[in-house]
Design a protein around this ligand. Structure first.
Ligand code: ADP
Ligand code: MG
Length: 247
């Protein structure tokens, strides 16, 4: 498996059983996403977006079919292994920011590194670099209630990139933002993508999707449209990686 494909979903079917009724949320979705791409997933309510995102985000597995994330076949992993892959490979951004209250921006951004087992000093160094990358170096000691919605979502983006993940997965990231903050968020995503980061973003809004490089539309659990509207970005800079140590 080359580095080129961050996501390879092959014939994914997801069936939910409700009482005696079977609901097919996904009816055979195949989707491959290249490193450096920026994908918008669109579709009406009930079309399967959340189900697909849960599978891509390793929060759930398909009933049948396969999913390779950054070269790893995750279809067969158990819950503990899925949690580990999530922590290592994916940075999540949610509509409602999902920051810990009464916890500073810096501590929120450090959290994925705590789970990853990094030492305090290295955590702090990387978290400060990530906050700098989202232009929040002057807000590191603020708690979420002291930040605007747009700033809170930038903290969430810093938390998403701090582990240097293969994929940034954003579920309606601008859904709770005003027009100005939405614009800021889209330019931030644009910059991260230009630097080579791979982004998959769910959105209902056509003018938000317009910023992505590729738009995939779902209907009734199937991909009905897959349209490229810009080129895939170059290789990542890895500016959050520690410098090489000479001995
Ligand atoms: P979207 O996010 O596009 O609104 P979903 O993926 O949430 O779509 O849902 C797709 C279909 O699967 C819908 O018909 C929905 O009712 C059904 N569905 C989703 N999750 C469940 C579940 N946990 N149990 C039963 N049915 C579900
Ligand atoms: Mg949904």
């Amino acid at each position: 498996m080359s580095d080129r494909w961050v996501i390879v979903v092959h014939e994914a079917v997801k069936t939910y059983t409700v009482g005696s009724v079977e609901v097919q949320a996904l009816r055979g979705v195949s989707l491959a996403v290249e490193a450096g791409d920026w994908l918008a997933v669109m579709g009406a309510s009930g079309s399967g977006k959340t189900t697909l995102m849960n599978i891509i985000g390793c929060l759930d597995v398909p009933t049948t079919g396969h999913y390779m994330l950054d070269g790893i076949d995750v279809s067969t992993l158990d819950d503990r292994e899925l949690a580990e892959v999530r922590n290592q490979k994916i940075g999540f951004v949610f509509q409602s920011f999902n920051l810990l209250a009464r916890t500073t921006a810096l501590q929120n951004v450090e959290l994925p590194l705590v789970y990853a087992g990094l030492r305090a000093r290295e955590r702090r160094r990387r978290a400060l670099a990530a906050l700098d990358a989202v232009a929040l170096s002057d807000r590191t000691e603020h708690v979420p209630s002291e930040l605007s919605g747009g700033q809170q979502q930038r903290v969430a983006v810093a938390r998403a990139i701090v582990t240097d993940p293969a994929l940034i997965l954003a579920d309606e990231p601008t859904g709770n933002l005003d027009t100005v903050s939405t614009g800021d968020m889209l330019s931030l995503f644009g910059r991260l993508n230009t630097e080579g980061r791979t982004i998959v973003m769910i959105t209902h809004e056509a003018d938000v999707a317009a910023h992505a490089k590729r738009v995939v539309r779902l209907r009734d659990g199937l991909v009905i449209e897959d349209r490229r509207q810009g080129p895939v970005a170059g290789p990542p800079p890895q500016y959050l990686q520690p410098p090489a140590v000479r001995v």
